[in-house]
Ligand binder design. Structure first.
Ligand code: SF4
Length: 247
């Protein structure tokens, strides 16, 4: 057996051991066997810095599960699909929360800026919470999305604590409806300019055109699609999901 080369997986930015010209060990992050020619050259064995970074990332993912995620996965940010037409759906048909909070369009940077921002990140954690379908459209919906925002913000803050200081979380639905439903206006959009819930409220993925279905597919997670018309006897569970960019 030849001595292993260590090359860098272009998708997950991890060091992969390669023992032959063709076959590679499976990347622990993108879960793919790559051919040697697909890897970026890396002359040395994985540094302890890289190992430590990967170990910390695993801890962040475990934290996501510990705090209530049904499932959480690490993905490469190059697999995040962003589409202008999805962001446009906040406006047409117009969402009842359009323009009402600092975290919703047109007050967020939108798809093109998000794509540029993604260039600063290599990896992300996608997580989902599965709940009985009837809860998604019941009076408990607000609490469910509140939990989603709190979990996304909690994972982001844990990532920061682990040294990923520029991590950024995204959730779903409008924080106006979730946190400030009994206030006439978003305080962050007012002259006072400060969010009432900076520790929990996060932007919704929709305003950036993030394709959530593809995100879940990439992460290998099943998205249980429940709508207002879903028969809860037929589709028993529905999913809500969040995204944390790690850097
Ligand atoms: S003040 Fe309320 S509506 Fe405005 S960004 Fe913060 S949580 Fe959202």
């Amino acid at each position: 057996m030849t001595n292993p080369d260590y090359l860098k997986c272009p998708k997950s930015d991890t060091a992969i051991e390669i023992r032959t010209d063709e076959a590679a060990e499976k990347s622990p992050f993108c879960k793919k066997h790559c051919k040697k020619k697909q890897f970026l050259k890396r002359s040395t064995a994985p540094s302890s810095t890289s190992d430590k970074k990967n170990a910390k990332l695993q801890k962040v993912m475990q934290y996501a599960k510990k705090t209530g995620a049904t499932e959480a996965k690490i993905i490469s940010t190059i697999d995040i699909v962003v589409e202008e037409k999805l962001a446009n759906m906040c406006l047409e048909p117009r969402c009842e929360n359009y323009g009402l909070s600092k975290n919703c369009p047109p007050h967020v940077s939108g798809p093109s800026q998000f794509k540029k921002q993604l260039e600063n990140f290599n990896q992300a954690i996608v997580f989902k919470i599965d709940v009985p379908s009837e809860i998604l459209f019941s009076s408990e919906r607000r609490e469910l999305f509140q939990l989603l925002h709190e979990m996304a913000a909690g994972i982001e803050q844990y990532a920061v604590k682990m040294g990923f200081k520029n991590s950024k979380a995204y959730a779903g639905d409008s924080c106006k409806k979730i946190f400030c439903y009994d206030h006439p206006e978003c305080l962050a959009l007012s002259e006072k300019g400060k969010c009432r819930n900076p520790q929990y409220a996060r932007p919704s993925m929709s305003g950036f055109g993030i394709n959530v279905l593809k995100l879940m597919e990439t992460a290998g997670l099943t998205m249980n699609m429940a709508t207002h018309n879903t028969d809860s006897d037929e589709i028993k569970m529905g999913s809500v999901c969040g995204l944390v960019l790690i850097c």
